[in-house]
Design a protein around this ligand. Structure first.
Ligand code: 9MR
Length: 584
C-alpha cells in the first residue's frame, strides 16, 4: 500500500510542475515536533484536499491526511485550512506535500527537537555581552572585539548627588546590550533576569547540564547562571552605594551609528535614578540571593551582597515612590538631552508588588507585603517590561510550600485563570495558536508576547499537571518558529525562512555574514512606528525583514528571555508524558 501511494505520488509529482516547488502557503514549525506533540500546519491557498507527509526526497509517504474545512484568520485576512498530523509519531525528517500546491519547508520529528533552539536563544545573550570580546572559540564566525569598556561612565546632571556630582565618573562594565542598540536599561534588565532566574527555579535539574560553550562553562555554575552573572555584575554597579537607588539607564545621549561595538565610542552616561528601575533591581537581587546561596563555593559572598543590595534598593523605593522616569520632563531640565529608549512608566505599583514578593520569599519576612497591593485585580495579565505584577504571582505560587497558604493559593488561582483565558477559543481559530487568538497581541515585541504567553501556560501546567496547558504553550512555539501569517521562523538561524536583516547593529555592520544566531525578531506590529514600507497593514502581517524596521524586526533581551524559557521549559518537560494529549 505504501509503495502504491509512493508510486502514485511520483506520477502526480512529475505531471504538475507546481507541485515540485516549495510552497510559501504551507505554514508550520520549521524546526519540527516531538514524536508525541501536536503537529499542525496551516495552509493559506488551494482547494480542500489531501496532504501527505513524505521523506524530503519524495521516496516514502509516511502519512496521508485530509485538510480541514475553511476557517477564518481575521488577523491576517486569510481563509485557511488546517493539516493535523499529530498521530504521525515516527521520528525522521519530512516535508508536507499538497497536490498542485507544492511542499513545505523540511522539518524534523524527534525527541529533544528544540534543544538547539533553546541553547541558541540563551547563547544569544552571550553575543550581547558588553565589555567582552567574543573569541572564535565561543562565537565562531560571529567572533568580534570587545566594545564599551564602561569604566568611565559620566554622571548625567539628572543623576547628580552630593557624593557624585554631575560629570564625575563611575565604572559599570559588563551587562548585555539591550537590543539592536548599545545601551543598558535597568527596567528591561529586571524582567529579563527575572524570567531567566525563573527558568532556573522551575527546572534546576535540567538547567544544570544545559551547557552553551561560553568561557565560564564547567566552572561549577550552570551556564544559565554564568550568563546571568554577566548582567548581574553590571546591575550591581549602577546602584548608588550611598543611598541604594538605581540609575534608570546607562546610555549614550542618542543611538550610535550602524557600527560594531568596538567602533561605537560615544560618551556613556548614567541617568537619574527611578523607582521602577530600582524595584526591578530589588526583585532580581532578592531572587539572585536565594539562588546563589546554593553556590557559595563558586561565588562566595554573592548571596549576601545581592540580598543587602535588594534591601537597600527596596528602602530607597519606599522613600522615593514618586520618582518615576519621564524622559521628556527630564530633558526640559537637564543637558545633554537623552533620546534613547525611555522605558518610561507612570505606575510603579506592580514593580512594588514584584519586589515585595521576591523579598518575602527570600527572607521569609512578611512585612514587605504590607507595603504593596498584591491583588489589585481579579485577573492577572501576561508580563511585559511595563507590567510585572504577574511575576510576583509566578514566584509566590512557585514557592507555595514555604509561605502563607492563602497568598500562595490566590497567586496560583490567578496564574491558572490567566492560562485558561489564553486558551479560550483557540481551537476555533484559523492558525490555532494562542498568539493569533487576539488581535491585541500584535504589538511592539509581539514575539515576546507569544513567548510570555507560552511561559504563563507552562506555569499553569506546573501547578496542575494538566497537559492541555503544554499543548497550548507548544502552539506558541509553533507560532514563533513558523506557524504564523508571515511564514518566518522569528529566531535567527533556526528554521529555513528566518530574518536576515534584523535591526541589530552587530549583525547589520557585518553585512557579509548571517545575523547573529539565536536572537528573536520582534515580530508583527501594526503600529509600524518606524514608518518603513510594510507589505501589509494587517496585524499578523505587519512585518518586514529589513534593518529599517526597528518596530517589527529589532531583537531585545526581554523577548529572548521568555523564548529561552518556553523552548527550554518544553525540552525539560517533554519526557514527562506532557504531549500525549487528547485532540479536541
Ligand atoms: O519594547 C519597547 C516597546 O514596548 C516600546 O513601545 C518601544 C518604544 O518606546 O520601545 C521598546 O524598547 C526598545 C527600547 O526603548 C530601546 N532598545 C530597543 C528596545 C526594543 O525595540
Amino acid at each position: 500500500m505504501k509503495y502504491f501511494i509512493s508510486a502514485i505520488l511520483f506520477l502526480i509529482t512529475i505531471s504538475h510542475a507546481d507541485a515540485q516547488r516549495l510552497s510559501e502557503s504551507i505554514h508550520l514549525n520549521q524546526v519540527g515536533f516531538y514524536p508525541e506533540s501536536p503537529k499542525i500546519a496551516v495552509v493559506t491557498e488551494g482547494e480542500p484536499d489531501y496532504f501527505y507527509i513524505l521523506t524530503p526526497d519524495f521516496s516514502d509517504t509516511l502519512y496521508t491526511g485530509q485538510l480541514s474545512t475553511i476557517r477564518e484568520a481575521p488577523n491576517s485576512g486569510e481563509r485557511v485550512r488546517v493539516a493535523d498530523f499529530t498521530d504521525m509519531t515516527e521520528p525522521g525528517n519530512y516535508i508536507l506535500w499538497i497536490t498542485k500546491l507544492g511542499y513545505s519547508y523540511p522539518f524534523t520529528v524527534a525527541p529533544r527537537v528544540y534543544e538547539d533552539a533553546a541553547k541558541a536563544s540563551l547563547k544569544g545573550f552571550y553575543h550581547q555581552r558588553v565589555s567582552a570580546g567574543i573569541p572564535y572559540e565561543y562565537g565562531g564566525k560571529w567572533a568580534r572585539p570587545a566594545g564599551h569598556p564602561d569604566t568611565l561612565v559620566v554622571i548625567h546632571p539628572s543623576a547628580a548627588s552630593p557624593e557624585r556630582p554631575a560629570n564625575s565618573v563611575i565604572s559599570a562594565p559588563r551587562g548585555w546590550y539591550d537590543a539592536g542598540d548599545y545601551n543598558k536599561y535597568a527596567v528591561n534588565s529586571g524582567i529579563t533576569m527575572g524570567t531567566l532566574f525563573s527558568l532556573y527555579e522551575d527546572f534546576p535539574e535540567y538547567i544544570r547540564d544545559f551547557d552553551i560553550n561560553i568561557p565560564e562553562t564547567g566552572n561549577g555554575l550552570p551556564d544559565l547562571l554564568n550568563e546571568l552573572l554577566w548582567n548581574l555584575r553590571w546591575f550591581m554597579d549602577i546602584q548608588d552605594p550611598h543611598d541604594g537607588g538605581v540609575y534608570h539607564k546607562l546610555t549614550t545621549a542618542n543611538f550610535e551609528g550602524r557600527v560594531m561595538p568596538a567602533e561605537a565610542k560615544g560618551t556613556r552616561y548614567v541617568i537619574q535614578k527611578s523607582v521602577t528601575g530600582t524595584l526591578n533591581f530589588a526583585a532580581v537581587m532578592a531572587q539572585a540571593s536565594r539562588i546563589f546561596q546554593n553556590y557559595e563555593n563558586v561565588v562566595p559572598g554573592l548571596a549576601d551582597s545581592t540580598l543587602s543590595a535588594a534591601e537597600s534598593a527596596w528602602q530607597w523605593a519606599l522613600d522615593n515612590p514618586e520618582k518615576l522616569y519621564n524622559q521628556n520632563e527630564m530633558n526640559e531640565r537637564f543637558n545633554p538631552d537623552i533620546l534613547t529608549g525611555a522605558y518610561g512608566d507612570n505606575d510603579a505599583s506592580d514593580e512594588f508588588a514584584w519586589a515585595a514578593a521576591e523579598l518575602y520569599i527570600t527572607t521569609g519576612n512578611r512585612d514587605y507585603l504590607d507595603e504593596v497591593d498584591l491583588f489589585p485585580s481579579d485577573e492577572a495579565s501576561v508580563p511585559t517590561w511595563r507590567s510585572v505584577q504577574t511575576m510576583a504571582y509566578y514566584t509566590l505560587a512557585r514557592h507555595s510550600e514555604n509561605i502563607d497558604s492563602g497568598i500562595a493559593s490566590d497567586a496560583r488561582d490567578l496564574v491558572i485563570d490567566l492560562a485558561n483565558r489564553l486558551m479560550d477559543g483557540v481551537s476555533e481559530t484559523g492558525y490555532r495558536t494562542v498568539m493569533d487568538r487576539d488581535e491585541s497581541n500584535y504589538t511592539w515585541g509581539s514575539s515576546g508576547v507569544a513567548a510570555n504567553q507560552g511561559m504563563a501556560l507552562i506555569q499553569a501546567f506546573l501547578h496542575t499537571d494538566d497537559t492541555t496547558y503544554l499543548k497550548y504553550a507548544h502552539s506558541n512555539l509553533d507560532y514563533l518558529l513558523g506557524r504564523n501569517a508571515t511564514g518566518f521562523s522569528f529566531l535567527t538561524g533556526h528554521g529555513h525562512k528566518t530574518p536576515l536583516y534584523i535591526h541589530h547593529r552587530p549583525s547589520d555592520a557585518r553585512a557579509n555574514i548571517d545575523p547573529v544566531p539565536g536572537l528573536l525578531s520582534g515580530g508583527p506590529n501594526p503600529g509600524q512606528q518606524d514608518e518603513c514600507e510594510y507589505p501589509s497593514d494587517l496585524p499578523a502581517k505587519s512585518f518586514i525583514d529589513d534593518w529599517c524596521s526597528y518596530a517589527a524586526n529589532e531583537i531585545a533581551i526581554n523577548w529572548n528571555a521568555p523564548m529561552v524559557y518556553l523552548s527550554a521549559g518544553l525540552e525539560a518537560l517533554q519526557f514527562r508524558g506532557g504531549f500525549t494529549v487528547e485532540d479536541e
